[in-house]
Every structure is written in structure tokens, then in C-alpha cells.
Design a binder for this molecule. Structure first.
Ligand SMILES: Cc1cc2nc3c(=O)[nH]c(=O)nc-3n(C[C@H](O)[C@H](O)[C@H](O)COP(=O)(O)OP(=O)(O)OC[C@H]3O[C@@H](n4cnc5c(N)ncnc54)[C@H](O)[C@@H]3O)c2cc1C
Length: 376
């Protein structure tokens, strides 16, 4: 199977991780994207870039853990300072009840082999002195980090190209079926294996085959401060942030602040069940006010840019990673909500193992697309 011809639809972080992993296995890889370059559209262009082991469900934790370990050990060197940087995550608790939740989370993470540190009072404020003095404490995950996904995605594709992979920009795919990728211009590309990594648009590509993929949009808004404003070393997040990531709440706002290697702070975040549109100033003010509660003074820092992006979410909050039911030779990797950058290299590993029939380092069944894709 060394010369297996694989077409990957989508040059976001998930698509290019698949490209590098499959090219390393000897596949002949072609990545196509409707955009003009790698990683400049979709969630990859809009995301924060927090690489985090999330204490969600057990399966999700394993996917994050594998993703983080690949980013830590194998982030492309040519991405330089935009590649993985170990900042650690600091989950912050405003009150005793939230701190108790963090303590329970610490126990679960520890039993899964994740390094954690529970901090209270002075030991907490010593770690990040700029944070509000009345916070009760926090949970530190020292091995988490950050990266800048658009640059890292381009670097991943560069590495894949060095192993013979090809990237074709400005190619819009209209549908996918066994052995065939149909393009909007009427042309077709044949392939032994096809990987749909087109984020939210995965829906449209399988429509003609009568397959429904339950992926829905969840908008988020972010802002970035000017250089020289980095007053934090950790990525800081308010405990309970992930609660807004599940279920369909009309609007959720929580403090998440990411320190960039450029000396800037990326400020977020929000969740609403809709596609990204223009920045909503009122919502952005709520986000900054929430962040100001945890990092007093952030609201007065100069903001260079605000933007909105769309997360692709599934009904059960688990991504779809694996073979598409009733479409031999077609795989999907989509629906990562707010963890796609973290989980992308792990998903690529699972897709590669599924295509080649090799054993995965983690049990892939939790993400089997067959659990929720229906054929009409
Ligand atoms: C506000 C926000 C904050 C986030 N923060 C984080 C974070 O801190 N950490 C984290 O891990 N994750 C985060 N995420 C999630 C993460 O950004 C996404 O899960 C991830 O980028 C998804 O990558 P992807 O490759 O699956 O999809 P995308 O990045 O959306 O890429 C899909 C690609 O497919 C192409 N495409 C689509 N349709 C077609 C077609 N028909 N033909 C050809 N090409 C097509 C698009 O042009 C695009 O380039 C965040 C997301 C948002 C919106």
C-alpha cells in the first residue's frame, strides 16, 4: 500500500496533519482547498491556538493527551516561535465551590497520567501576579501550551511536500464518493482513499450521497492586544469555560486569555449557535469585561483587531474521525468544536491507522462516524 493515492479535502490544521502523517507512511498525498493558501480559512485561521488536555469525557481527554504529546514532540521546526510553546494552562476559580470542582478535576487528570498542580492563595498569586487578588485559586497544567495555527499549518504542509505531497489551492470540491472527488468546475480527481477535512463544510460534500452529517456551527469572538502587553506567562481560563462548549446555549461568555510569543494577548471567548459574521461590539465588550474581572486592567490595553470564527460542533460534542458509513474508501475528520488544533495530530494518526488497518495508540471507537451519520 506504499503508493496509495490519497486526496485530502481541506487544508486546515486537520487536513495538513493528515497530509504529513499519511505522506510519512508512504502515501501519495494531494491536498486541495478552496482557499488561496494553507490554513487561511475556517477554524484554523480564526482559532486561539491553546493546546490543552481537557478534563471532559474520558475519550476526549485521551484524544487531547495524544494530540498534545505530538505537538510537544513533533511540532514543525520551521514554524519557529509560532510552533508549540509550553506556557502551561492555569484554570482559575472565583469561589470555593469552583475550587472544589477543580480539585476533583485534578484527581481525574492525575489518574489519567497528566501532570497537574492545585494552587491556592499565595502559591496561586505568585504564579501569575497580575491576576485579580480575590481569586480563590487554580489548577495548573504545566505541560499545556500555545501555537499559532495558520503558520504551523503551512509548516506542516511544507514538511508533507518534502515527502512528495502536493497542495492545490483555489480548488472547490462539490461532492465526494467512493474513488472520486468531484470539483465545482466539473472536473474529477480519482483516489484510492479520500479524507474529508473540510470543517463545517463536511456537510455539503456528502449531501449528494444522501448521507447526513450532524455538524452545526458555533460562533466565537476573539480580540488581540498590541505588542508589549503580555502580562501573563500562562494561558489563563476561567474554570467552567468548557460548560459553554456543550449543549446549545443561546450565548455563553467566559474568560480565556492566551499569551502569544509576539508579546500580545489573545482575548476570548464566546459561544453562540450560528456561523461567524461581523464582530458584535456589544458581545466583545462583554468578553473583555469578563476578562477584566480576572485580569484587572486588560480592558484598558490597546486592541489591534477583533474577529469572529466558526467552530464545527457535533450533537454529542465528540468529533467524527474514521470511515464514512456506506462510502467505501472515504474517511472524515471533522466536528472538533473548540479543540481541533489540539486534537488535529491525534485525529491524523487515527485516520492513518484506519486507512492502513494498523493499530491506533488509543481506542478509536468513541469517534466512529457511524454512531451519528445517517443515510437517507
Ligand atoms: C474562536 C475560536 C477559538 C478556538 N480556539 C481553539 C483553541 O484555543 N484550541 C484548539 O485546539 N482549537 C480551537 N478552536 C477550534 C479549532 O480552530 C478548529 O477545531 C480547527 O481549526 C478545525 O480545523 P479543520 O482543519 O477541521 O477545519 P478548518 O480550519 O475550518 O479548515 C477547513 C478547510 O477546508 C476548506 N474547505 C471547506 N469546504 C471546502 C470545499 N468544498 N472544497 C475545498 N476546500 C474546502 C476550507 O477552505 C478550510 O481551509 C477554536 C475555534 C474558534 C472558532
Amino acid at each position: 500500500m506504499a503508493n496509495l493515492k490519497v486526496v485530502i479535502v481541506g487544508a486546515g490544521v486537520v487536513g495538513v496533519c493528515c497530509a504529513r502523517t499519511l505522506a510519512r507512511s508512504g502515501a501519495e498525498v494531494l491536498v486541495v482547498d478552496q482557499g488561496e493558501a494553507v490554513g487561511v480559512r475556517g477554524g484554523t485561521a480564526a482559532g486561539m491556538g491553546h493546546i490543552v488536555v481537557n478534563d471532559g469525557d474520558e475519550a476526549g481527554l485521551q484524544l487531547c493527551k495524544l494530540g498534545r504529546s505530538i505537538w510537544r514532540d513533533d511540532s514543525p521546526e520551521i514554524a519557529g516561535e509560532d510552533g508549540f510553546i509550553e506556557t502551561g494552562t492555569l484554570w482559575m476559580a472565583e469561589d470555593d465551590a469552583t475550587f472544589e470542582e477543580l480539585a476533583r478535576s485534578a484527581a481525574r487528570l492525575e489518574s489519567a497520567g497528566i501532570s497537574v498542580e492545585l494552587l491556592k492563595g499565595k502559591s496561586f498569586s505568585d504564579v501569575e501576579p497580575a491576576l485579580a487578588r480575590d481569586l480563590v485559586g487554580g489548577l495548573r497544567l504545566p505541560e499545556d501550551g500555545v501555537l499559532y495555527a495558520p503558520v504551523v499549518a503551512a509548516a506542516m504542509m511544507q514538511e508533507a511536500k518534502q515527502m512528495g505531497a502536493t497542495f492545490r489551492p483555489r480548488v472547490t470540491v462539490s461532492s465526494v464518493e467512493t474513488g472520486m472527488v468531484r470539483l465545482a468546475d466539473g472536473n474529477c480527481i480519482g483516489a484510492d482513499a479520500i479524507v474529508i477535512a473540510s470543517g463545517l463544510n463536511a456537510l455539503d460534500l456528502l449531501e449528494e450521497s444522501g448521507i447526513e452529517v450532524p455538524i452545526v456551527p458555533r460562533e466565537g469572538q476573539l480580540a488581540i492586544t498590541a505588542r508589549g502587553t503580555r502580562v501573563l506567562t500562562h494561558h489563563v481560563v476561567e474554570a467552567g469555560y468548557q460548560q459553554g462548549a456543550h449543549g446549545v446555549v443561546e450565548e455563553a461568555v467566559a474568560c480565556a486569555i492566551l499569551p502569544r510569543s509576539t508579546g500580545q494577548l489573545c482575548i476570548g471567548s464566546s459561544r453562540r449557535p450560528r456561523q461567524a459574521g461581523a464582530v458584535d461590539r456589544e458581545l466583545m465588550e462583554k468578553i473583555i469585561a469578563r476578562c477584566d474581572r480576572f485580569l484587572p486592567g486588560i480592558g484598558r490595553l490597546p486592541i489591534l483587531r477583533c474577529w469572529s470564527g466558526t467552530r464545527a460542533a457535533t450533537a454529542d460534542s465528540r468529533p467524527l474521525i474514521g470511515p464514512v458509513p456506506a462510502q467505501r474508501g472515504v474517511w472524515i475528520a471533522s466536528g472538533f468544536e473548540g479543540l481541533g488544533i489540539t486534537q488535529a495530530p491525534a485525529a491524523a494518526q487515527l485516520i492513518k491507522d484506519s486507512i492502513y488497518g494498523t493499530r491506533s495508540p488509543i481506542d478509536p471507537r468513541a469517534w466512529d462516524p457511524a454512531r451519528s451519520m445517517t443515510t437517507s
